[in-house]
Design a binder for this molecule. Structure first.
Ligand code: NAD
Ligand code: GLY
Length: 357
């Protein structure tokens, strides 16, 4: 079990990573002297796999746990679900000292985080991420949100958890496509800020994919540390936190043009490879580093280009990106493995060129 810290002054918190991390929660809650009332927010899949067991452990330690289960799926990350959770929490007599446990992937984390942030103007929140993506990305940094009016994450608040418990054992039941989504974010973290992690990925990708716990713990810790460092410097995403969008500008456009048939991980992988090719054309990135980036993505079983999508459609979707200013979009480009720059100097011709390569 290893621990790292997200340094945010009085809002600082610990991330505990390791096999069985979830079972350290009861001891943590006792030490933290939290109130005995707990609201466990999860979905039916994760409840069955881990939630019931966790509830039992917490009950045995003297905590009174009310389980609130939200149906599985992105469409339930909504204001309606949040309202229902608020009502169920009132019914369960949750008060200002009640702690919310968010047990699940990024959907549950974002929704339960939003609910904890807004119930009685904010009550304690602990993330227990159970997907690889949630362990390396969404549980860290305090972005909470629901989707609304056909727009993704457009209602939300920054709200930091009190702690994060990333239990690597939970990844054993995670379907392969969700392991790939997480691997794409780990590659992202390596490229934006951790050459050592990138080296680990180059050497050990196949064992990581097989679920080697020692390697997974190391990769998750490194990736979480990259995000923790960036969030500590720019909690509210006004500057350097934008670099966490590496691969996501083109990635989000591909997801939307494919009507979400291309998974998030695949889309981000194509986005990262495309950003690498743009950087190489602009003579910002060496041919050697581009080759390393492309081969790590391929080794992870992720794609580097889009066969069945019209690049012009992707270009049109990029122009509608909510972060676009006068049709120019902020791009995060790698200048070497472990370092990226933020630029809005990428032309549409350049984007078309790399998408057709
Ligand atoms: P998800 O939460 O939908 O989980 C993926 C699937 O895996 C679901 O069906 C879930 O029920 C299941 N699952 C979860 N844990 C499991 C386990 N251990 N074993 C078996 N099945 C399990 O998807 P996700 O990829 O974790 O999260 C995506 C969401 O995260 C999106 O809504 C996205 O907007 C959000 N996100 C937020 C941030 C942030 O900073 N807040 C960052 C990135 C993504
Ligand atoms: N996932 C991007 C961020 O947390 O800023």
């Amino acid at each position: 079990m290893q621990t790292l810290r997200v340094a945010l002054g009085t809002k600082s918190y610990r991330i505990v990573v390791g096999a069985g991390a979830m079972h350290h929660l009861a001891a943590y809650l006792r030490r933290a002297k939290v109130s005995s009332r707990i609201i466990l927010i999860t979905n039916p899949i994760v409840l069955e796999l881990y939630g019931l067991n966790l509830k039992e452990t917490l009950n045995q330690s003297g905590f009174d746990v009310a389980v609130l289960s939200v149906p599985d799926g992105e469409e339930f990350k909504s204001l309606e679900s949040a309202g229902k959770l608020h009502a169920d929490m009132s019914e369960a007599l949750a008060d200002r000292n009640t702690t919310v446990l968010a047990l699940g992937g990024g959907v549950i984390g974002d929704l339960a985080g939003f609910v904890a942030a807004t119930y009685m103007r904010g009550i304690p929140l602990i993330h227990i991420p159970t997907t690889l993506l949630a362990q390396v990305d969404s549980s860290i940094g305090g972005k909470t949100a629901v989707n609304h009016h056909k727009l993704k994450n457009n209602i939300g608040v920054f709200y930091q958890p009190r702690a994060v418990f990333s239990d690597i054992s939970a990844l054993k039941t995670l379907p392969d496509c969700h392991i790939s989504n997480g691997l794409a974010e780990i590659i992202k973290s390596a490229v934006i800020g951790d050459r050592t992690l990138f080296g680990l990925l180059m050497r050990h990708m196949s064992r990581l994919k097989e679920g080697d716990e020692r390697l997974l713990e190391s990769a998750i810790l490194h990736a979480a540390a990259v995000k923790a460092r960036i969030v500590s410097r720019d909690e509210h995403d006004t500057g350097i936190r934008n670099t966490l969008n590496f691969g996501h500008t083109i990635g989000h456009a591909i997801e939307s043009v494919s009507s979400f048939k291309v998974s998030h991980g695949n889309a981000v992988a194509i986005g990262m490879a495309s950003a690498g090719r743009i950087a190489a054309h602009m003579r910002l990135l060496s041919a050697h580093d581009l080759k390393c980036l492309t081969s790590v993505i391929t080794d992870a079983g992720l794609p580097t280009s889009i066969p069945d999508i019209n690049p012009q459609d992707v270009l049109a979707a990029i122009k509608h990106d909510k972060k676009a200013v006068n049709g120019m979009v902020k791009f995060i480009l790698p200048v070497r493995i472990g370092k990226v720059v933020i630029t809005n100097n990428v032309t549409q011709d350049m984007i078309s060129k790399v998408l057709t390569e």
